[in-house]
Design a protein around this ligand. Structure first.
Ligand SMILES: NC(=O)C1=CN([C@@H]2O[C@H](COP(=O)(O)OP(=O)(O)OC[C@H]3O[C@@H](n4cnc5c(N)ncnc54)[C@H](OP(=O)(O)O)[C@@H]3O)[C@@H](O)[C@H]2O)C=CC1
Ligand SMILES: Nc1c(N[C@@H]2O[C@H](COP(=O)(O)O)[C@@H](O)[C@H]2O)[nH]c(=O)[nH]c1=O
Ligand SMILES: [Zn+2]
Length: 347
């Protein structure tokens, strides 16, 4: 096997373990790292919860016999950091441990790192290989990268639809998908930092928008309600989870509830995204309804669509949106199909 093939196999393992950090490392990216000695993996690490050690540090600390490090290769999905954040720079540790070789998936777009970690390793005589499974490593941290490069959160549109393409009714909530899909949706929620629904969904469904069927963090709940029509005894006002209601009437703040006045004469999606950007929210899942999702599609402000399609037929109702992009995934959860589409115009 060529060295490049060997590197790709080890990087694939880094990508796999990195995903253990998804949802818990914000605002840091989630990274995976392994240490290979004589062709064998002897240590592994992924990014700890925010504030804790980075992947490389965890990989180094997972090894008892530290004298092996100078004869080992460190693989890491993202360039080792070169700045002092909550923890000291990982590239200093890599240099201090005298690693023989370092293999990096992709550079870190974060302004304070961006190539500097890579350069520092080179300047200190480390043999560095850059760009192994680069596209996969970029993809892994697409939220972090979109946030820093496009100065807005990564946007996931999610909805459930019947097989004939309907997703709701004007007056009453009708559930479409099965309970296992519901659990997956709650897992998805733990992976994102904010969740948005439109006014009619808030009124008709009285949604909780929390993660009660999975473990992990609740995203910030958001709704759009121009004239503050959502009744104050609805879940969105229960203050069980931090919640923001964008409206045209009132600015106010309580412990877990913010009403934020915005100008509805302008398109309100850019200021909502800017609010999330300014407050360091790197991802947003838009859970409907159809009208709200369509407004994001019309502005081409979406990165990914996750569509759950059941085997039921309604023949009438509110039509689900249609998105065009690249289908990157399709799997089945009992009778529901999950389709993931990526927006290629944003690539
Ligand atoms: N199957 C599924 O996955 C889902 C189904 N549903 C169902 O969908 C139905 C509701 O969907 P739908 O009728 O499309 O309504 P929405 O929930 O999308 O709410 C639309 C309203 O929200 C406000 N709004 C949203 N975006 C903007 C914007 N960019 N600018 C200004 N105002 C905005 C407007 O309020 P205003 O009128 O005040 O201007 C608009 O009329 C319900 O039946 C619900 O059960 C809901 C979510 C998911
Ligand atoms: N009807 C429908 C969905 N609806 C979405 O879920 C929200 C309710 O969330 P919660 O109150 O936390 O359970 C609802 O307002 C809407 O955004 N989701 C799905 O996966 N499948 C479905 O069939
Ligand atoms: Zn680091």
């Amino acid at each position: 096997m060529s060295q490049n093939n060997i590197d790709e196999q080890f990087m694939a393992r880094c990508i796999q373990i990195a995903q253990n950090g998804l949802g818990s490392t914000y605002p840091n990216p989630f990274v995976g790292s392994i240490i290979v000695h004589n062709g064998k993996i002897i240590g592994e690490g992924f990014t700890s919860k925010y504030g804790g050690p980075h992947a490389e540090v965890n990989a180094v600390n997972s090894i008892k016999n530290q004298s092996l490090l100078s004869e080992s290769t460190l693989y890491v999905t993202l360039e080792p950091c070169s700045h002092y954040g909550k923890t000291p720079p990982c590239c200093d540790l890599v240099i201090a441990k005298n690693f023989k070789r370092v293999v990096i998936g992709t550079l870190d777009p974060f302004a304070e790192v961006n190539g500097q970690g890579y350069l520092k390793l080179l300047e200190n005589g480390v043999d560095v290989t850059l760009g192994v499974l680069e596209q996969e490593c970029i993809d892994l941290n697409r939220r972090f990268i979109t946030f820093h490069q496009q100065k807005r959160p990564y946007i996931i549109l999610k909805w459930a639809q019947t097989q004939d393409g309907f997703m709701g009714h004007d007056d009453v909530q009708k559930w479409i998908t099965n309970r296992f899909s519901k659990q997956i949706v709650h897992q998805w929620r733990t992976e994102e930092q904010a969740i948005l629904v439109g006014k009619k969904t808030a009124l008709i469904d009285n949604p909780q928008l929390n993660t009660r069927y999975w473990h992990g963090k609740n995203p910030l709940r958001l709704s759009i309600d121009k004239f503050l029509a959502i009744p104050r005894n609805y879940h969105l006002y229960d203050q069980s989870v931090p919640t923001v209601i964008f409206n045209a009437i009132e600015d106010s703040e309580q412990e877990n509830l913010k009403l934020i006045k915005i100008d509805f004469n302008e398109n309100i999606i850019p200021p909502i995204l800017d609010y999330l950007y300014q407050n360091n929210f790197q991802s947003l899942i838009v859970e409907g309804g159809s009208d709200t999702i369509q407004k994001f599609i019309d502005l081409n402000l979406w990165d990914e669509a996750r569509i759950l399609t059941s085997d039921t037929f309604w023949n009438e109702g509110i039509k689900a949106p249609i998105v065009y992009g690249k289908r990157v995934k399709q799997n089945k959860i009992l009778n529901d199909y999950v389709t993931v589409i990526r927006n290629q115009e944003n690539d």
